[in-house]
Write a protein that binds this ligand. Structure first.
Ligand code: NDP
Length: 452
């Protein structure tokens, strides 16, 4: 049986683009791709890339204060958001152009339309065109989910934050996860009065408790107002802003409210259930270890499968899919020990288990130190950093490494190599310190602070 395409990919984000172009370039497959929005997906267009550029922009405010404390004559004015936004939009256009060129140069045929799956081997574009494909890959990502409270329609999500006409003077961010904590830092750094409301008792649930404490304290020291065990009950429009009633009944005024209350897999309306592709209760496409669904010709990768929702993981799933489905070399993605960074201020780099999760599994030793680093203690800055290793008593292996400090994302990438290789505490100890640095503590901590 002949098909229009060997592979048709739905969704032009990090995972889909990588799978499509590697399939076309490495295997000579005829590949089609549909994307209803912009190429590059969440990461490039409305996620990691613009977010990180905003983190950079926001970091100059404290840097200027620190420079003054070091003796520089610094005159800092206001942040020119429209000028930054124009440059940001230009950069995203440039990156999207690169993605389009990569696809074109690999021979992938792209369609700027929404696509749905109409059969095990057929897709239909929103303009009515239909194609057949030997294999279909669903890589449609995720989408912010917003609680249904009265007035939720007046709020924004991280999708809209990059396109604001003006920056809010006073913003409320709801949620205690990656996005809420990162944007509280960004908006605070850019000069807004940033408030974060979290329904639980401490932000960044699921991460190492000690790291959460250092981050939470650091965020507040930098000027963010964190209110825990609270939520929005209702939002009303007021003159020039929003009036927000909290779950305790108190009323607050904000210019802008942003929900960062999680993201849901983008699987609705694709036609998958009708074909027998399983969706879990949150809408994640159910796949096996090879990213194959219950319909053998249909695969899914990335956030739509809700495994580990990170760009580099989606890219790896895309590459493994090509090996499996197009090269006849079944390849699993290793989802264990994935290092990651949260670009909070202070920044967090982490790999492996939290102290709490490790303790629940086996006997451990904890090596940790929290201190004021040289560059900022010199100017009496109160901010603390954290260097922490969670070690197995039985194997001596590093089960978890947690770093809260400027540059923690860069540090954990390096430490992650050792941890992934199975390094022991003694392997770390054998490495000579790089002095004077913050991360030298990772190889100089002699005695455990806790054993359990
Ligand atoms: P998260 O799942 O990380 O956090 C969602 C937060 O919203 C939690 O604190 C949750 O509370 C809270 N929440 C959920 N529902 C409600 C509700 N109805 N009312 C009030 N609060 C609620 O989601 P994010 O949106 O922050 O990020 C989505 C995903 O994007 C992440 O999981 C991550 O994979 C990815 N991401 C990664 C980044 C990175 O690697 N640096 C950066 C940004 C995003 P509770 O804790 O009680 O459940």
């Amino acid at each position: 049986m002949s098909f229009d395409y060997d592979l048709f990919v739905i969704g032009g984000g990090s995972g889909g683009v990588r799978a499509a172009r590697v399939a076309a370039a490495d295997t000579g497959a005829k590949v089609g791709m549909a994307e209803e929005s912009r190429y590059g997906g969440t990461c490039v267009i409305r996620g990691c890339v613009p977010k990180k550029l905003m983190v950079f922009a926001s970091s100059y405010a404290p840097a200027m204060k620190q420079a003054a404390a070091y003796g520089w004559d610094v005159q800092s004015g206001d942040f020119d958001w429209p000028a930054f936004r124009i440059n940001l939009e230009g950069e995203l256009d440039r990156l999207e152009g690169i993605y389009r060129n990569l696809l074109k140069n690999s021979g992938v045929e792209t369609y700027d339309f929404r696509a749905t799956v109409t059969g095990p081997n057929t897709v239909r574009l929103s303009d009515g065109r239909k194609f057949s494909a030997k294999t279909i890959l669903v890589a449609t990502g995720g989408w912010p989910s917003v609680p249904q409270v009265p007035g939720a329609e007046y709020t924004i999500t991280s999708n809209e934050i990059f396109h604001l006409e003006t920056l809010p003077k006073r913003i409320l961010i709801v949620g205690g996860g990656y996005i809420a904590c990162e944007f509280a830092g960004i908006l605070n750094g850019l000069g807004a009065d940033a408030h974060l409301w979290y329904r639980g008792t401490k932000v960044l649930r699921g991460f190492d408790e000690e790291a959460r404490d250092v981050i939470s304290q650091g965020m507040q020291e930098r000027g963010i107002t964190i209110v825990t065990e609270t939520n929005i009950a209702q939002i009303n429009k007021s003159e020039g802003g929003l009036q927000v009633t909290d779950t305790q009944g108190a009323v607050h005024d904000f210019d802008l409210v942003m929900y960062a209350t999680g993201r849901a897999p983008n699987s609705a309306g694709l036609g998958l259930e009708a074909l027998g592709v399983g969706l879990d209760p949150v809408g994640a496409v159910e796949v096996d270890v090879y990213s194959q669904t219950a319909v053998p010709s249909i695969y899914a990768i990335g956030d739509v499968t809700d495994r580990v929702n990170l760009t580099p993981v989606a890219i790896r799933e895309g590459m493994a899919f090509v090996e499996t489905a197009l090269k006849g070399n079944p390849t699993r993605v290793d989802h264990a020990l994935i290092p990651s960074a949260i670009f909070t201020q202070p920044e967090y780099g982490t790999i492996g288990l939290s102290e709490e999760d490790a303790r629940a599994e086996e006997a451990i030793e904890v090596y940790a130190t929290s201190f004021r680093p040289m560059n900022t203690s010199f100017i009496n800055d109160p901010h603390r950093v954290l260097m922490k290793l969670v070690v197995s008593q039985a194997t001596r292996k590093i089960l978890g490494c947690h770093i809260v400090a400027d540059g923690a994302g860069e540090m954990i990438q390096m430490a992650g190599i050792a941890v992934k290789m199975g390094a022991t505490k003694e392997d770390f100890d054998r490495v000579c310190a790089v002095h004077p640095t913050m991360s030298e503590e990772l190889v100089t901590m002699k005695s455990p602070v806790r054993t359990a």
